[in-house]
Ligand binder design. Structure first.
Ligand code: G3P
Length: 217
C-alpha cells in the first residue's frame, strides 16, 4: 500500500520522506489555509521534495472554472494530481482533465455510487473519506471494501486513495482491504510504530544487559 502524507507542512513531509515513508502528498483547501502560505508556492515546494503524486485541490464550483484552475495547478509540476470534488461539475472537470493526460484525484467521496461515477469519468485516484463517515456512525472502512469490490469486478484502473484517516487502525484495515493508497496526517503514520509491549520488551532487554554490565562500544 502506498503512503501519502496528508498535510501542507513541509517540515513534517521532509521528516517522513527521509525514512522512505512518503509515496505522495495530499493537500486540500483547509490544509493549505492552515499552512498560512500561498497555494502555488507551497505546492511547488512540496512537488520539488517528493517524487510521487502531489494532490492540489481546485476551489471553483463550476466545471469550466475548475478546469481552468486545474490546468493552472497542473503547470506547477509533472507530479501534480488535480483534486476535484465529487460533484457533477467535478466529474465533468475530471473527464476533461484526465483526457488531457493530467492526474485527477476525485475527493469528498462518501458512497460506492460516487466512486463508480469517478472511475467512469477517468479519475486517477478516488478519495473516500473514512473518518468523516465514522463521525456520523457509519463505518467508513465498509466503503473502502465496497469500492474495492466494485473496481475489481470491472477492472477499473482508478486507484483507491483512502482518506480522512484518523487512526493507525485505519491504516492496517485499509491495507487488509487492499486500498492502493492511504493518505494520513504525519502523526497517524508515526503512531503506527507505537506498541506498549514493544516499549515494555525494550525496557526489559536494556535492564537485563545493564545488570550484566555488558556494553557494545
Ligand atoms: O484528504 C482529506 C483529509 O484531509 C480529510 O481529513 O480528518 O478533515 O476528515 P479529515
Amino acid at each position: 500500500m502506498k503512503f501519502f502524507v496528508d498535510t501542507a507542512e513541509v517540515d513534517a513531509i521532509a521528516e517522513l520522506n527521509a525514512l522512505g515513508m512518503v509515496d505522495g502528498v495530499t493537500t486540500n483547501p483547509s490544509l493549505i489555509a492552515k499552512s498560512g502560505r500561498d497555494i502555488l508556492e507551497v505546492t511547488k515546494e512540496i512537488c520539488d521534495m517528493v517524487e510521487g503524486p502531489v494532490s492540489a485541490e481546485v476551489v471553483a464550483l463550476e466545471a469550466d472554472a475548475m478546469i481552468a484552475e486545474g490546468r493552472k495547478l497542473a503547470e506547477i509540476a509533472e507530479n501534480i494530481a488535480v483534486k476535484v470534488p465529487l460533484t457533477w461539475d467535478g466529474l465533468k472537470a475530471c473527464k476533461v482533465l484526465s483526457d488531457e493526460g493530467k492526474m485527477v484525484n476525485v475527493t469528498l467521496c462518501f458512497s460506492a455510487n460516487q466512486a463508480l461515477l469517478a472511475a467512469k469519468a477517468g479519475a486517477t485516484f478516488i478519495s473516500p473519506f473514512i473518518g468523516r463517515l465514522d463521525d456520523i456512525n457509519i463505518d467508513g472502512l465498509d466503503l473502502i471494501e465496497d469500492i474495492r469490490t466494485i473496481y475489481d469486478n470491472y477492472g477499473f484502473d482508478t486507484q483507491i486513495l483512502a482518506a480522512s484517516i484518523r487512526t493507525a487502525n485505519h491504516m492496517a484495515e485499509c491495507a487488509k482491504i487492499g486500498a492502493d493508497v492511504a493518505t494520513a496526517p504525519p502523526a497517524v503514520i508515526k503512531n503506527m510504530a507505537n506498541h506498549v509491549l514493544t516499549d515494555k520488551g525494550l525496557a526489559g532487554f536494556l535492564a537485563d544487559i545493564e545488570k550484566a554490565g555488558i556494553k557494545i562500544v
